[in-house]
Design a protein around this ligand. Sequence first.
Ligand SMILES: *[C@@H]1O[C@H](CO)[C@@H](O)[C@H](O)[C@H]1NC(C)=O
Ligand SMILES: *[C@@H]1O[C@H](CO)[C@@H](O)[C@H](O)[C@H]1NC(C)=O
Ligand SMILES: *[C@@H]1O[C@H](CO)[C@@H](O)[C@H](O)[C@H]1NC(C)=O
Ligand SMILES: *[C@@H]1O[C@H](CO)[C@@H](O)[C@H](O)[C@H]1NC(C)=O
Ligand SMILES: *[C@@H]1O[C@H](CO)[C@@H](O)[C@H](O)[C@H]1NC(C)=O
Length: 657
Amino acid sequence: MEVPSITWLLCVLLTFRLKSANLLDCQQQLENDTDAEEACENFYEHACGNWYVSSRQRNMGAHDTRSKWLANMKIQLIRHLESSHEEKEEEELAIFYRSCMSGDQSVKYYTDALIQSSGATFPPFPLFPLFPHNSSSNSSFDWIPVNAALRTYGAQGLWRLLVLDNWQSADQRIFYLMPPTFEQLGYGEDEMSEFLYERYLKILLMELNLRVRRAGLLAQKLVAFEKSLRNLLPTDIEQTLVLRKPQSLRDLELQLPGLELRRYFDIILQGLDWDPSTLLLVANIDYLRDLQGLLLARDRPDPEILSTWLLLQLPVHFELKMHDDERLSSQQDRCLEQLRKLMPGALGRLQMQLQLGDNYQDVYDSSIQQIALLFRDLKQQFELVLNETEVFDENLVTRQLAREKLRAMRLLTPRLQDSAGTGHPTTPMGGNCDENLIQLSLNLARLEFRQVFGEPVTAVPADPMSVNAYYRLKLNRIELPLGLLATPLAQLPSCSKEADAMAKLSAGLGYILAHEMVHAFDYDGINYDAAGQLANGQWPARAIIRFGLRAKCYLGTRYSNATATINENIADSEGLRLALDTYRRTRKTASGQNLRTFFLAFAQNWCGTAATRGLGQQHSSHVDRVNNVVGNLPEFGETFQCTATSRMNPAEKCRLW
Ligand SMILES: *[C@@H]1O[C@H](CO)[C@@H](O)[C@H](O)[C@H]1NC(C)=O
Ligand SMILES: *[C@@H]1O[C@H](CO)[C@@H](O)[C@H](O)[C@H]1NC(C)=O
Ligand SMILES: *[C@@H]1O[C@H](CO)[C@@H](O)[C@H](O)[C@H]1NC(C)=O
Ligand SMILES: *[C@@H]1O[C@H](CO)[C@@H](O)[C@H](O)[C@H]1NC(C)=O
Ligand SMILES: *[C@@H]1O[C@H](CO)[C@@H](O)[C@H](O)[C@H]1NC(C)=O
């Protein structure tokens, strides 16, 4: 089939854009954020010195380039949702948003819904929450239907049921049975979150008419119970997905009879056609076995505690707010977050419409095609490199395997119109926030379950608020979320000069794709084959040694925390090299001015500072992600005419591929 050229697509896109927006001088736009700082001494400062975020953007979470894009999208969405409109789908979004902003919510709504839908009885005490102490009885509580009903609303109960890709078979979605996340309780010695969580539970109980003292005591016991669940996990709390072979529900049930998994799935999958001998699950067996032990032990959990804990998991899941002490911007952010979770498809379409104009569907489709071409060009360039690299000298077989892996790599983008529908309400939305939440959650969970029995996976689910691309090692594929495609990265052709547009596109989205591609060939990547399976021993010692010798440069003194960040540093530098070489190969006429645009656009992906989330820092700081990377490319020094003593032009330049 004849593949359209990028230039052709640019023309198409330019015509679309011309209608709605004036073309910008992209160079000037890039220069706007720059500072007088000498490019050869500190390129990050040069490119980003004049970059800033407004307080409104900061309130929406902006602290660097990406979070600023996201903040801008949020601000735009909020403005739109708070004004009035006619379109049917938008109207649903706006009705939900307004009901959420009204803030009138009731805990009882959720506990009642759960009791009703589980059909469980809570013997011997009358229905929650009015139970008096009744120690004379020791009858047990049927937790199975309640635990299952929680999941039909998308909440976790005694475990977490996820629908994810089968890492052994890329096109299939299956169930994962995992421990709960204990997000509110926190982990380990975090006494503060434990205290806050207990107080939160107490408030929920009081809202259900329990007296203060009794609510306090009960909340204490609930936290103690949840801690006993958490104690079933190993002490290193890294919650990674266990990589076990999927097994059938029937096999799993034989191993864990006390959990009555068959009954659980019967409730959850009501109305779907399924078979326990073919239903596949990846399960964290250790946790489930210990949970079974805990629930069936002689000193099993008090039924009152167990049932109350389960009942409160629903309001906890929705993070029901009991007080209106929120700032307006956090309230808006929270309601938008609900829409993101519950109506991602509709929200994504609105976002694209706001970004791209009324013919957004066509613009989006062209931009997806354009990205596919970019991906194809990058792949071809990388293949040239693999064909020639001395890492594989005298290793034809390994060279061949590497090439196959690259060729098999897929790029998944979201569909704007999901064939399965995306959590769109079947019943019209009303003014009651609780009702809307419950209804949308039910729809969404049902949709998720259907995916297990549905079509193969060919698109990523729409996530309008995610702007980070991923490379999935075990599926050998790159995923681009919808949010990223709504950023200026994917809307570049609004430059007045086409060469600038291509330079920006290559240094933006091209660089991001290249970065993810290189992850397939970093220290982790080389252990996996074309299908994403562990490929131990496929590489002969000689190739591994050559790989290691070249990668060693990334452990040099320029890199802080070098061992922790090496894979990201490899992907950053090798990715930019790949993006640059691809750009130069496909545009032979690129001028020095175009290369300036390329490097500036690259650096401006990283303005601002990284979020200070405590978790394992795999990435270098934004400053290093710019300065160390350009320092590895001789073309940078040439473009900016750096001298041999310039900081941005070190003698030792890392190059692995
Ligand atoms: C340039 O920066 C100024 C503030 O420094 C801002 O008001 C203006 O909108 C920017 N122009 C462009 C084209 O980004
Ligand atoms: C306490 O439990 C006993 C035995 O199940 C039951 O007969 C009685 O009604 C319960 N008392 C209350 C107040 O619920
Ligand atoms: C409590 O349970 C045990 C074992 O299930 C049973 O033998 C005993 O009779 C029960 N006691 C009461 C008061 O129901
Ligand atoms: C890489 O080498 C293989 C085998 O010689 C060849 O078929 C392929 O066309 C080469 N790829 C590129 C991009 O030149
Ligand atoms: C190095 O990594 C540790 C944890 O991974 C982090 O606490 C520390 O801030 C990092 N240091 C630098 C200079 O980035």
